[in-house]
Design a protein around this ligand. Structure first.
Ligand code: ADP
Ligand code: MG
Length: 257
């Protein structure tokens, strides 16, 4: 397979996705393809449906219409119910790492145990093998020396880096980030962004919702602006951030750049 071909393999496909909460249609037919090794940023005002879109990708939300595929496998399966759906989705989720605004670390587990829990429980990984992998990942996010520390003793930036290491521990095919730095004090943002940049350099496939326009512009291969549940505009970051076609995009950027 040529390299060019590989880079154009769809890893996540979002096709005509609709989602409503009661009368409120939050996603109104979203289409997006994230190719293997690519980084897509999603920007847009609060309430535009960004989190719902990410949550739909790993089925924390069940979509009403459309299709979501991960590496060619359909994620949403309206035909599967109950336990069959649970099994399917647990399997799918092992291939997606998600990092939220709030870190959701297990407070009663040390850093290393937070990182190794999923591979041990879900993949049946041997304790020592998991520990070795966990230490490698903690080292990668610059926190090897915090392995035995409990989350309460960590700063927000450190917690978020542990959350990234934990998501990576399942060796996912794609990483989903939902405003991973927006709850952090400004001085802690960079250490998390650095880790995300490192993943980008290693060609991790990533779908990133962010309010940091500079970061999005720097790291992304493609950027998408959402408003009111639709994709208003998308393009290369250079084009979208410096010369958007749509008035709504210009308006949003004028307030956020
Ligand atoms: P964003 O992440 O862009 O700020 P969200 O996806 O969180 O937007 O929300 C989009 C809209 O959907 C908002 O109006 C929000 O209030 C609504 N919403 C999100 N989750 C739910 C839910 N579980 N029940 C009802 N409404 C929801
Ligand atoms: Mg959100």
């Amino acid at each position: 397979m040529s390299t060019e071909h590989q880079t154009e393999t769809p890893m996540v496909e979002i096709r005509n996705v609709h989602k409503r909460f009661g009368d409120l249609e939050v996603l109104k037919g979203i289409n997006l393809t994230v190719n293997r090794g690519k980084i897509i940023s999603v920007i847009g005002p609060s309430g535009s449906g960004k989190s719902t879109l990410l949550r739909s990708v790993n089925q924390l939300e069940v979509i009403d219409q459309g299709k979501i595929l991960l590496d060619g496998v359909q994620v949403n399966r309206p035909d599967k119910k109950g336990l069959a759906f649970e099994r399917h989705i647990n399997h799918i989720r092992q291939n997606m790492g998600m990092v939220f605004q709030h870190f959701n670390l297990f407070p009663h587990l040390s850093t290393i145990d937070n990182v190794t829990l999923a591979p041990r429980k879900l993949k049946g990984m041997d304790k020592n093998v998991a520990r070795e992998l966990g230490m490698e990942l903690l080292d990668r996010v610059g926190l090897a020396e915090k392995a035995e520390v409990f989350p309460n003793w960590l700063s927000g930036g450190q917690k978020q880096r542990v959350a990234i290491a934990r998501a990576l521990a399942m060796q996912p095919k794609v990483m989903l980030f939902d405003e991973a730095t927006s709850a952090l004090d400004p001085e802690l943002v960079d250490e998390v962004n650095r880790v995300m940049r490192g993943l980008a350099e290693e060609h991790m496939t990533m779908l990133i919702v962010t309010h940091e326009m500079g970061f999005a512009r720097d790291v992304s291969d493609w950027a998408m602006f959402m408003d009111g549940g639709v994709v208003v505009e998308e393009g290369t970051p250079d084009k979208l951030f410096s010369d958007p076609d749509q008035e709504r995009t210009r308006n949003f950027l004028s307030k956020h750049l």
